[in-house]
Design a protein around this ligand. Structure first.
Ligand code: PLP
Length: 409
């Protein structure tokens, strides 16, 4: 037997998908899933964005659409529109500094960027710095690519705010030329983002320390409903001439979760060599992509391209983004209001000051477990709640459940 147990032990089960199976098997009628990182409407159902539904219709109405392979770098009309959405209008110098590549959604973009860095950085390879805490797939994706990770201070459990001084200190202390992973908006899991002036200071520190920025942008437009506001950090870094990768996902903001629609953008430092650097990096990304997936998937990119490039659809899409972000903001306010009404011990203001899909509730692991076993309310052991799982029918039930468990274990 080639794959003896000593060679291939069991891998630990995935936390999210493990909880999802447990939730599905749970027979309790009141059960509430606050694990899922996917939008739900007020009936608790998955939501196809009306603009995306229209784009799907347009795509299927066009009988001439063929199902051929895309180029290795993906659907260009999609990549261009995706870059424009993130980086805005640029002059020709800025145009020459960047290259965009279609990937298997946001995860695939982080992966492709990580594999590239791992392959081409000189030994000893720079460390990858991740926020503490961060999206729980960051560590596996970067380490799987052969990179070593460390954390920089980000969230203060005491104030439930950004530990900005700690973050800047750690970025300054990191060896020159480190890779710093930054989340562009709606930080997962904390829902706590730097302010615009803090982003400006972070950019300064990145520049003076010669660090490489690796942005992960999974929630543009989903965080505040405003595409520009949610991409401020990325555009500011671009204007400041900082070299970077940007992993961009259309899972949440277009609701294309299962279609695996995303991009990796490379941005070079300004200067006479920018254009040739971009071309060399693009050639190597092509070669990596070809060996890993050959060419990226067609369908999601076509649908996204229709929405992003059509004047009416792209305008209507803003309405869809508002629908999602406003419903989530409403649920945050209702949950906080109900907890305050009940007099639940502690301070619950952070539920509304945090933004995006997730609330970092501050519940401890035992309280989270009691929520699941006694109340059938599921969230991650870290206390991260997907606010998208709340709706007008279950928000009071969830507040009652939280009220019951707080301080009991
Ligand atoms: N990055 C962050 C911070 C995320 O929260 C997610 C999804 O939850 C991703 C990347 C991956 O997104 P995708 O589903 O597009 O691979």
């Amino acid at each position: 037997m080639l794959f003896r147990e000593s060679l291939v032990p069991f891998a630990p089960a995935d936390l999210h998908y493990g909880l999802r199976s447990e939730f599905m098997a749970d027979k309790c009628l009141e059960k509430v899933n606050l694990v899922i990182g996917a939008y739900r409407d007020d009936r608790g159902q998955p939501w196809v964005l009306p603009t995306v539904a229209q784009a799907i219709q347009l795509y299927h109405d066009d009988a001439l659409q063929n199902q051929e392979y895309l180029p290795i770098a993906g659907e260009q009309s999609f990549c261009k529109a995706a870059a424009h959405l993130l980086l805005g209008c640029e002059d020709s110098d800025m145009q020459n500094r960047k290259f965009s590549f279609q990937t298997i959604s946001g995860t695939g973009a982080v992966h492709l960027g990580a594999v590239f860095l791992s392959k081409f950085l000189a030994v000893p390879k720079p460390l990858v710095y991740l926020s503490d805490p961060t999206w729980d797939n960051h560590v596996p994706v970067f380490t799987h690519a052969g990179l070593s990770v460390k954390h920089y201070q980000y969230y203060s459990t005491e104030t439930r705010l950004l530990n900005f001084e700690g973050m800047i200190q750690d970025l300054q202390d990191a060896p020159r030329g480190s890779i710093i992973v930054l989340q562009a908006s709606a930080h997962n899991p904390t829902g706590v983002d730097p302010s615009q002036s803090q982003w400006e200071q972070i950019a300064e520190t990145m520049k003076s320390s010669g660090h490489f920025a690796f942005f992960d942008c999974a929630y543009q437009g989903f965080a505040t409903g405003d595409l520009m506001q949610d991409s401020f950090a990325v555009r500011h870094f671009f204007q400041q001439g900082i070299e970077m990768f940007i992993a961009q996902s259309f899972s949440k903001n277009l609701g294309l979760y299962g279609q695996r629609t995303g991009c990796l953008h490379y941005v070079a430092n300004p200067g006479s060599e920018a254009s040739s650097t971009v071309q060399r990096v693009a050639s190597q990304l092509s070669s990596l992509q070809r060996s890993e997936i050959s060419t990226p998937p067609l369908y999601g990119a076509k649908i996204a391209s229709l929405v992003l490039n059509d004047k009416t659809l792209s305008k209507d899409w803003l309405g869809d983004l508002a629908t999602m972000s406003e419903r989530i903001a409403k649920m945050r306010a209702e949950l906080q209001g109900r907890l305050e009404e009940l007099g639940t011990p502690g301070n619950w203001r952070h539920i509304t000051t945090q933004i995006g899909m997730f609330a970092y509730t501050g519940l401890n692991e035992s309280e989270v477990e009691l929520l699941r076993t006694k109340w059938h309310v599921y969230m991650l052991p870290s206390g991260r709640m997907s606010v998208a799982g709340l709706n007008s029918r279950n928000v009071s039930y969830v507040a009652d459940a939280i009220h019951d468990v707080v301080g009991k274990v």
